[in-house]
Design a protein around this ligand. Structure first.
Ligand code: FAD
Length: 350
């Protein structure tokens, strides 16, 4: 048994996966997580009707082989995203939406049975909840002799031979202080590394029946004209819980939740008729308002900018600090697949 204490910062998919892999190699790990909730950018809300609604990560596809292998290893089932029926494409607010059908030949997307949080729950069970310390916000990392001192917002110090950060790199350099300072090149790189979906607004509307399917609509919408920009059927795999879910125009973060909700229901009613107004519940998450995910950029960054940069592969502070997390992955960075790939890369170095 190798007893070197390894501190992992962040209990999202990357942090949990790193802990899972390192424990398998016999290392003792502790995960420090700032939030009360475990999962980071994976968050499933279970509605009163049993609908499982993703306010964070949802889909993956066949090229995401590392994630798919992990699901098999943890005995987690997945199912194909429903797309059958008529879909909508809105180009302008004053023109009726175009109707089209998604070809069966298109590369399908998949969702996890029971919701994406099932993956988090299974990893937590493997890693052991006693090894995850929530409500522990790391604020400083200091090199002292042959170890690192990690300080949280209550001033508590944790000592680790190695520290692995899984915070989005931009968030890391903006919210954690380092002594000695990280090399300027890494600081500049991290400041210009986009956090995938950090600016997004997700919504879900829960219903007692899938009225859109009854009228041969798929529930899919792409719009350049209204508050909902992208939407899909979000019913459960066993077709017992029903919802429509998607992304709202990011600019509507300035509205109140009530204002966004009213606009969403109005748009759905225009598309599907009065049935859309008889919803059970409206859920949403403005990720831009999540300080443990998003920190405003100094300059405009394009989606995925500097994601997977090779410099993230080099350990820092005399090989004691590793910068990981989905955005650092060499394959599919920013996605769940990237989180798994980044974790495997770290584990291979121990
Ligand atoms: C709205 C949305 C939709 C998405 N859709 C998809 C999708 O359909 N498919 C897909 O593959 N991917 C999707 N993603 C991306 C996917 O969620 C991420 O790639 C993945 O979850 C990232 O995992 P991570 O562990 O690297 O980072 P995170 O999940 O961001 O984990 C970082 C953790 O660090 C914690 N933390 C932050 N600061 C501190 C601190 N100072 N001290 C301690 N802990 C701290 C956070 O609370 C968090 O738990 C989506 C993301 C969002 C937000």
């Amino acid at each position: 048994m190798n007893n070197a204490k390894i501190i992992i910062i962040g209990a999202g998919l990357s942090g949990l996966m790193i802990a899972y892999l390192l424990q398998k190699k016999g290392f003792e790990v502790i995960i420090l997580e700032a939030h009360t909730r475990i999962g980071g950018r994976i968050e499933t809300v279970i509605g009163t009707t049993g609908a499982t609604m993703e306010l964070g990560a949802t889909w993956f596809s066949k090229p995401h082989q590392h994630l798919i292998a992990l699901l098999a290893e943890l005995d987690i089932s997945y199912f194909r995203q429903h797309t059958q029926g008529i879909s909508f494409f809105e180009t302008m607010s004053f023109v009726p939406p175009q109707k089209f059908e998604i070809s069966d030949a298109e590369e399908p997307s998949y969702r996890i049975v029971g919701g994406t949080a099932t993956l988090i729950e299974k990893l937590v069970a493997e890693v052991g909840i006693q090894n995850i310390k929530t409500q522990t916000k790391v604020t400083a990392i200091k090199e002292v002799n042959n170890h690192l001192e990690v300080t949280d917002s209550d001033g508590i110090i944790y000592e680790g031979a190695k520290v692995i950060s899984t915070l989005p790199p931009h968030l890391l350099v903006q919210t954690v202080t380092f002594e000695p300072l990280l090399p300027d090149s890494i600081q500049q790189l991290a400041r210009k590394t986009h956090t995938w979906m950090g600016e997004s607004i997700k919504f879900a509307v829960e219903y007692t029946r899938p009225f859109w399917r009854e009228n041969n609509y798929s529930g899919t919408l792409f719009s350049q004209a209204s508050i909902i920009q992208e939407m899909y059927d979000h019913s459960t795999a066993d077709n017992k819980g029903y919802a429509l879910k998607g992304f709202l125009n990011g600019g509507t973060n300035t509205l109140s939740e009530e204002e966004r909700k009213a606009k969403v229901i109005l748009q759905l009613t225009k598309l599907f008729g009065d049935d859309a107004a008889n919803y059970v519940a409206y859920h949403e998450k403005v990720w831009r308002n999540e300080p443990l995910t998003f920190f405003p950029y100094e300059h405009l960054l394009m989606g995925h900018e500097n994601n997977g940069h090779p410099d993230y592969k080099k350990p820092l502070l005399n090989d004691k600090l590793y910068i990981s997390g989905s955005e650092t992955a060499s394959e599919n960075p920013g996605y769940m697949e990237g989180a798994v790939v980044a974790a495997k890369n770290i584990a291979s170095q121990f």
